[in-house]
Ligand binder design. Structure first.
Ligand code: G4P
Length: 284
């Protein structure tokens, strides 16, 4: 199947972001730590030219630690000020503000020279769907509200989400891009659950996942489902169906149901911490 998903609202949103970009100092790009390269939207890359940048590798609790460290170095070298995050733990706000100061150093200095002392940095928060953007923004705002005892401030005109006196955020909708030139990228985005599942064929994705994991993370299927990983992908899927009792009336394997279980297990971390983009393979 062709992996693609670009509904009309995404075209509208990117246009709005192109208009709004002049209002902001900084782009905070949220990527999924399991696919730190494939979840980077090239349209955001273009949009962010000349702006200070921070990249948040969210869901790093689900990603392979060694690979994440490699990506952290790649992004540091590229001047993207990476932050590793598990958005559900509410610890990100503390980590974020010093990195904002560092990423926006030049702008803050310039403001100071002009006598502008208390202007917060304004950041556009971008990311593909389902990377955890809402969870992250909520955790920024909750902490701030708890600290000051006030409701998070929203300034007039544009909707700015106030994190602190130093930082305001502009939220943007989860965006993909019009065409994945490389279908590998599309598949990985589908695997992590950032593409509308209704358009996908679960069996195809599950077989793709089995092929990747038996190559790069051997032992995950034998550990979880007690199946023989040396078989071909279809046989492995069939064995998982039998182990899980996913059988149709006649006793044959229910591949669709099994595939959905497998994808859920991968997405929720039940197969262990897994990364699908490898810095070494990407020549980084
Ligand atoms: P979005 O705004 O970018 O679309 O993402 P959102 O915050 O809604 O998060 C999507 C799902 O990812 C949520 O799960 C959320 O709890 C989970 N999530 C967000 N950040 C992290 C993280 O750092 N680590 C882990 N493990 N999970 C995270 P959900 O409500 O169960 O939705 P779904 O998974 O059923 O789509």
């Amino acid at each position: 199947m062709d992996y693609q998903w670009y509904p009309g609202h995404m075209t509208k949103s990117i246009r709005q972001m192109q208009e709004d970009i002049r209002l902001i100092d900084l782009i905070i790009e949220i990527v999924d730590a399991r696919i730190p390269m494939s979840s980077r939207n090239p349209d955001i890359e273009k949009l962010g030219q000349g702006k200070a940048r921070i990249i948040i590798l969210n869901k790093y609790d689900l990603a392979d630690e060694r690979e994440t460290k490699k990506w952290e170095k790649v992004f540091t070298d590229e001047g993207l000020h990476p932050i590793l995050s598990d958005a559900r733990t509410n610890t990100i706000r503390k980590a974020l503000l010093p990195v904002v100061r560092e990423a926006c150093k030049e702008k803050i200095e310039r403001n100071k020279r002009r006598g502008i002392m208390n202007r917060p940095m304004r950041a556009m928060v971008c990311g593909i769907p389902n990377v955890g953007k809402s969870t992250l923004i909520n955790s920024f705002v909750k902490r701030s509200a708890a600290k000051t005892g006030n409701k998070p401030g929203v300034t007039k005109g544009k909707q700015w989400i106030r994190v602190s006196g130093e930082l305001e955020l502009m939220d943007t909708p989860g965006l993909l891009w019009p065409k994945f030139e490389d279908q590998e990228i599309g598949k990985k985005i589908a695997l992590i659950g950032s593409m509308n599942d209704q358009n996908l064929v679960p069996e195809e994705l599950a077989e793709d996942l089995i092929a990747r994991l038996t190559e790069h993370f051997p032992g995950r299927f034998s550990d979880r489902y007690c199946v023989d990983e040396t078989k071909d992908v279809q046989a492995i899927l069939e064995n998982i169906a039998v182990r899980r009792g996913c059988l149709k009336k006649g006793g044959e394997a229910d591949f669709e149901k099994t595939s959905r279980i497998l994808l859920d297990d991968f997405r929720s971390g039940n197969l262990g911490r897994i990364t699908l983009d490898f810095a070494d393979e990407a020549g980084k």
